[in-house]
Write a protein that binds this ligand. Structure first.
Ligand code: 13P
Length: 257
């Protein structure tokens, strides 16, 4: 983390988990213990149907609500999809774009990721853009090339001025849901490389201000070490964001003065 230049963001990605009543129970539980985190922003990205209620439930404890996806068009015949504007209007602040699960199961490509980043910014949302390599790609030694490509493709056509709204999440696919976290060195190396790519594209000032999160089996035990890396400005947390004690411990690791 480097709070002098950029925001630390701890974001839960609930994926396809929690009904409305389970969301309410989580809200009640966390409200009792969270206080007012001063040094980091806390976000929960929840399933579409629970968003309006979640916005109300979590307002009191200053947890911002994110969506897990959006469409890139502003309206039209796209059965089952949701626009960035619809999300904005119900109180969403962040939207995850290009999560590896969407790339893998729903044909998300670097090109649709780029279109969605533009749509999100246009609607006034903060996109959390996910990039990350598979185990095969890591073993082939192409991690840096791939990440560089994914970052450049995602940000194509995004102006320096708009970069204030963009968050990048480095999520190695082999670390997601596997309990196999990247070591702090591995995560730091890639996050540093991502910042270098942004520096090349936009200059030092923009690069210094961009929040870069790590995601992939981040948990109560390993969060502090990962967040101690200067280029890791937060986490995108799956499994460990579903339980209040675990999520709280990660928030506390980030909320140190
Ligand atoms: P886990 O924390 O469950 O590994 O999931 C990470 C993730 O995919 C967050 O987007």
């Amino acid at each position: 983390m480097n709070r002098r230049y950029r925001k630390t963001i701890i974001a839960g990605n609930w994926k396809m988990n929690k009904t409305l009543s389970e969301t309410r129970a989580f809200a009640e539980e966390i409200k009792a213990v969270i206080g007012k985190p001063k040094w980091c922003e806390v976000v929960l990205c929840v399933p579409f149907v629970n968003i309006p209620a979640a916005v109300r439930m979590f307002k009191e404890c200053r947890i911002a609500i994110g969506a897990e996806n959006c469409h890139y068009e502003s309206a039209g015949a796209y059965t089952g999809e949701v626009t960035a504007e619809m999300l904005k209007e119900v109180g969403v602040k962040y939207v995850i774009i290009g999560h590896s699960e969407r790339r893998q199961y729903y044909n998300e490509t670097d090109s649709t990721v780029n279109k969605k980043v533009h749509a999100a910014i246009e609607a006034g949302l903060y996109p959390i853009v996910c990039v990350g390599e598979s185990l095969e790609q890591r073993e082939l030694g192409v991690t840096m090339e791939l990440i560089t490509y994914q970052v450049k493709a995602a940000l194509s056509g995004v102006s320096a001025d708009k970069m204030r709204h963009v968050v990048i999440a480095y999520e190695p696919i082999w670390a997601i849901g596997t309990g196999k976290t990247a070591t702090a060195e591995q995560a730091a190396e890639v996050c540093e490389a991502i910042r270098a790519v942004i520096r090349k594209l936009y200059g030092a000032r923009v690069a210094r201000a961009v929040t870069i999160q790590y995601g992939g089996s981040m948990n109560a035990k390993n969060a502090a070490e990962l967040l101690a890396q200067p280029d890791i400005d937060g986490g995108l947390i799956g499994g460990a964001s579903l339980k209040v004690p675990d999520f709280m411990q990660i928030i506390e690791s980030a909320n140190q003065e």
